[in-house]
Design a protein around this ligand. Sequence first.
Ligand code: 5GP
Length: 349
Amino acid sequence: MRIEEDIKLGFKDVLIRPKRSTLKSRSLVNLTRNFYFKYSNQKWSGIPIIASNMDTIGTFNMAKSLSEFNILTAVHKYYSINDWNHFIKSSSKDILNHVIVSIGTSNLDFIKIKQIFLLTSEIKYICIDVANGYSEHFVSFLKKIRNFFKDKIICAGNVATGEMVEELILSGADIVKVGIGPGSVCTTRIKTGVGYPQLSAIIECSDAAHGLGGQIISDGGCSVSGDIAKAFGGGADFVMLGGMLSGHNECSGEIIEEKSKKFMLFYGMSSKSAMNLHTGGIAEYRASEGKTVKVPFRGSVYATVSDILGGLRSSCTYVGASKLKELTKRTTFIKVTEQENCVFNNVKK
Ligand code: 5GP
């Protein structure tokens, strides 16, 4: 047994230090980034935020709405090939340019993704997603996908440490998805005792990825737009959101009405709710590692996304970053023991 002495940090442990700036207005901030990827020889330009491939969040409707903001959606893996066919036929080139196809690591996943890419060549991204990206099987599946889809941008994860980021990039990933246990409906840290505070994971993993010409997605743990700014400031190239995009028209999920207020169910992909829906219950050898919550129903995702992007532009102006790309260079984190003033948090609206 060994103990690492330096304390690892989450978003709530830091703030970004303000810096002198020549920017006159947040409207001058450019959130678009231009990426060129290590293996796929593809370029992509857009706002590097991704709707999570959770079945309630990564929906076709979400992809249609978020493409208008130049934001990506990782479409979940539970749509049938018929659903995909219908979506692709009814979607513009621009919408498909903002879609990531998610898959697991089974033979059926491999067959299905081949079928999807027979329907269109407009989609550029594949995300190979497993809860634990440390397995040999995962690495060999990644190599197989890289070999078969030479021109696609491949994201693979999840991991949370530099050495595994390097292994995945050397095995064919253009982008590595980072996050073990930070998610809003995740209970992995409680069930297993395993995890890594997200901000430190971002700082360490982005360093490892950038050293090899790869990129990272920070996946999970953002609860306000300030957290997204901290993730980019820490070195994340992309930020994936689940909970922050939950409870909207574009989500799929049961709507419940209580005392004339509307709520929507949101659950982790390893929760009992998800397993009941997709795999006929929890297998005997495993435990649920996700929870189900009721979130207030918020209508269209447009207002939420506008608010997030406004917050992010403002973060950039506080440190004098005219482009999102400059945010990391201009970020100095200060360790803190306080975040916001909570004095009115219990006052009813
Ligand atoms: P959020 O943005 O809600 O904090 O985090 C979203 C991320 O949480 C997802 O993209 C996914 O990586 C992770 N996640 C989703 N469902 C589960 C789950 O049931 N268990 C665990 N461990 N992680 C989950």
